[in-house]
Design a protein around this ligand. Structure first.
Ligand code: AP5
Ligand code: MG
Length: 200
């Protein structure tokens, strides 16, 4: 299996780039934010619980998102690989993901981290908020809270992967196609490296 994480702050382009990556490389896209928004739209108990946190720009409790990822991995048991978007976001989620993948005799190959300045992130999200209907995009204070939660709880998760030499930083500013080319180059380099390794 070929598993990657697209990492980065709110508004860095994880969703935009994930759509293109899964299209090109045939991976299954697992985006916890999208899964949670679907639960909210379906008015499930999990969705109602999650909404209380998401509306304030806070993280949903670890056990909720880990449980969702667990059942998605089961549902796609024969996938060629997964692209994780917006997960893991805490140290506990990263540890749980390692465990879930090792039960499947697989692991994360690379973590591609999009780097975008705070000003650009706020600008992008406020603009999206004009049309997206996302309750967490309309208010600048909530967007800033999402960013500070990212800095405090999520950014340190990158070190977990840096220590394993899996972290690659990619510039997340520029045109969508330029960024996609940079991400594709990293993915293909890793795919080549794995083939070389398995051929040896
Ligand atoms: P989530 O849905 O994951 O949102 P996020 O991380 O806040 O990030 P976004 O989806 O807003 O941004 P993105 O990086 O995907 O960028 P996008 O491509 O959309 O999470 C939402 C909430 O759910 C969290 O706050 C939390 O409450 C909860 N949650 C989710 N996962 C969780 C977890 N694992 N644990 C706990 N809680 C969890 O782009 C943004 C905008 O910029 C778009 O308008 C786009 O068109 C534009 N754009 C994209 N690329 C470019 C470019 N190159 N130039 C200019 N504009 C661009
Ligand atoms: Mg997203």
């Amino acid at each position: 299996m070929f598993n990657i994480i697209l990492f980065g702050p709110p508004g860095s382009g994880k969703g935009t780039q994930s759509d293109k990556i899964v299209d090109k490389y045939g991976l299954v896209h697992l985006a916890t934010g999208n899964l949670l928004r679907q639960e909210i739209a379906d008015k499930t108990p999990l969705g109602l619980e999650a909404k209380r946190f998401m509306d304030k720009g806070q993280l949903v409790p670890d056990e909720v998102v880990i449980g969702m990822i667990d059942s998605c991995l089961e549902k796609h048991a024969y996938a060629k690989g997964f692209l994780f978007d917006g997960f893991p976001r805490t140290a506990a989620q990263a540890e749980a993901l390692d465990k879930l993948l090792s039960l499947k005799k697989t692991s994360i190959c690379k973590v591609l981290a999009l780097e975008v300045s705070e000003d650009e992130l706020i600008k992008r999200l406020l603009k999206r908020g004009e049309t997206s209907g996302r309750s967490d995009d309309t208010n600048e204070a909530i967007i800033r809270n999402r960013y500070s939660v990212y800095k405090k709880d999520t950014e340190p998760v990158a070190n977990h992967y840096k220590a394993e030499d899996k972290l690659v930083i990619v510039k997340g500013e520029g045109s969508v196609d330029e960024i996609f080319n940079a991400l594709s180059n990293c993915i293909e380099a890793e795919m080549d490296a794995q083939q070389v390794f398995s051929a040896e």
